[in-house]
Design a protein. Structure first.
Lengths: 118, 112
């Protein structure tokens, strides 16, 4: 079974702190994604990565950065946390759709990190 | 830009009823469409994936159909149970882009 593991289920930080959210997958997936989910706004893509050291901005990248030094690990960084970044953060991974393995394989999600910025 | 819409936003049914959830998308150039389930405070669990060349997929009491030309998918749940209560989301991945586009979900409540 595919496992996507997010380092924390709940996290409380203070305004201005640098915050790291970690995600690890064990299925050799090329793609990894970070989303945030807010009531009434649905899932919004922050960043994604299709290879080591590669990253692409999603729909709402402002205030965030990412790091992918190893294929299995994708980190989301809040450079200076603000209260409007209080949210549920979801990590996901998948094969590249265009790859031989990718077309019929689903995207897999972690259990989420509920982040509160005070 | 691809837009994914789910109707209704919420649905409440008595146990045992068959029901249909709807998903529509604006650009038919998709690789596949996925249906997910999300329980409160949890991540998303993949239920069914339909490739663009397929018309439907089945898993147990769930059946998902895809009509790419009209930009629609339905998730059919047979003989609903209280344990089916959750939010159901659909997502498409486009042929030319390496991103998933999600609908806002249908919140299902199955009453005992």
């Amino acid at each position: 079974d595919v496992k996507v593991t997010q380092s924390s289920r709940y996290l409380v930080k203070r305004t201005g702190e640098k915050v790291f959210l970690e995600c690890v997958q064990d299925m050799d997936h090329e793609n990894m994604f970070w989303y945030r989910q807010d009531p009434g706004l649905g899932l919004r893509l922050i960043y994604f990565s299709y290879d080591v050291k590669m990253k692409e901005k999603g729909d709402i990248p402002e205030g965030y950065s990412v790091s992918r030094e190893k294929k299995e690990r994708f980190s989301l960084i809040l450079e200076s946390a603000s209260t409007n970044q209080t949210s549920m953060y979801l990590c996901a991974s998948s094969f590249l759709p265009s790859s031989v393995r990718g077309g019929n394989q689903p995207q897999h999600f972690g259990d989420g990190t509920r982040l509160s910025i005070l | 830009k691809q837009e994914v819409t789910q109707i209704p936003a919420a649905l409440s049914v008595p146990e045992g009823e068959n029901l249909v959830l709807n998903c529509s998308f604006t650009d038919s150039a998709i690789y596949n469409l996925q249906w997910f389930r999300q329980d409160p405070g949890k991540g998303l669990t993949s239920l069914l994936l339909i490739q663009s060349s397929q018309r439907e997929q089945t898993s147990g009491r769930l059946n998902a159909s895809l009509d790419k030309s009209s930009g629609r998918s339905t998730l059919y749940i047979a003989a609903s149970q209280p344990g089916d209560s959750a939010t159901y989301l659909c997502a498409v991945i486009e042929r030319n882009f390496n991103k998933f586009y999600f609908g806002s979900g249908t919140k299902l409540n199955v009453k005992p």
